[in-house]
Ligand binder design. Structure first.
Ligand code: SAM
Length: 292
């Protein structure tokens, strides 16, 4: 749970996600908008002078409006651009709408399904985070399912070109989304050239998460690993995006082809770029050894 230190004119909220390592990030809260327990998690939302609006779930930073573009762009555009003709996309989690907004920038996408377990997050984001989700929730291609992502991939008959798991960390309802059973079910729900990407934490602070995920990927996909992005408020250095696909060509997509797709799509981004896409797969040895 996040702790709020009282006293003085400023209140502070601690991120407690990395208490096991003994590392905390502390946000100075200029305006606490919400501090509540939903059916699934502790939800805190507040405004700060320096980092904009901040959403925290169960003590873990979900997003700040100051740097959310980094993670949302890299989780959405890398798989969709690598695939090249993704029409049917699934997001699991993603309640703030940030990834949905990025995916819907692609005209190739005909249908985007988002399976979010906690309706309170959607309702809240719809009202308080328009700068994050744009008008994604009202896009005619957008289809919202309130439910458990694991149940969805086990029960749906849909086949997806891209599955993006934008879940919380494996400390609450998202635990099941870090299991081999879940990754196996995703593997069944992908088309032959489909791509799965996952929120896979910080390799320095949460090495086991990435190691276990990639080990499980390897049992169901011919290409398994991760790529990285520099996401300031997901502390600890590079952030890992899990990568798993049945089609080796997806990783091999050339810089020229990515540039053509980027130009043709007229995709507006602040972090993603074709050369950043290719460079993101160049892993430092300490990450590579976790993700082979
Ligand atoms: N970008 C954030 C991160 O990297 O930690 C995640 C953002 S998003 C708010 C995470 C969402 O995952 C939450 O809204 C949470 O309700 C949802 N979630 C957690 N477990 C889930 C599950 N089993 N099925 C569907 N959604 C789930």
């Amino acid at each position: 749970m996040t702790k709020t230190a009282g006293g003085g004119e400023s209140r502070w909220v601690d991120e407690t996600l990395h208490d096991d390592v003994g590392l905390r990030m502390r946000f100075r809260v200029d305006k606490m908008i919400l501090d509540t327990k939903t059916e699934y998690q502790h939800m805190q939302f507040f405004e700060t002078k320096g980092l904009g609006k901040i959403l925290v779930l169960d003590g873990a930073t979900q997003l700040t409006t100051w740097d959310e573009f980094v993670y949302h762009e890299m989780m959405a555009h890398v798989p969709v651009m690598a695939h090249g003709s993704a029409e049917n996309v699934l997001i699991i989690g993603g309640g703030d709408g940030g990834i949905a907004e990025e995916v819907l920038k692609h005209d190739t996408v005909k249908r985007l399904t988002m399976v979010e377990i906690d309706e309170a997050v959607i309702d809240f984001a719809r009202e308080h985070l328009p700068e994050v989700h744009g008008n994604a929730f009202d896009d005619p291609r957008f289809n919202l399912v309130i439910g458990d992502g694991m149940k969805h991939v086990q029960e749906t008959s849909q086949r997806y070109d891209v599955i993006i798991v934008d879940s919380t960390d494996p400390i609450g309802p998202a635990k099941v989304l870090f299991t081999e059973e879940f990754y196996g079910a995703c593997s069944e729900r992908l088309t032959d050239s489909g791509i799965l990407v996952t929120q896979n934490g910080n390799p320095l602070l949460q090495p086991g998460e990435l190691l276990d995920s990639v080990k499980a990927f390897n049992k169901h996909f011919i290409d398994a690993g991760c790529y990285v992005c520099a996401m300031p408020t997901y502390v600890g250095g590079f952030f890992a995006c899990g990568w798993a696909t049945h089609d080796l060509e997806n990783r091999r997509v050339s810089l020229d082809l990515l540039e053509d797709r980027y130009e043709a799509g007229k995709i507006k981004t602040r972090y993603y770029a074709p050369e950043v896409h290719k460079a993101a797969f160049a892993l430092p040895p300490y990450i590579r050894k976790l993700a082979v």
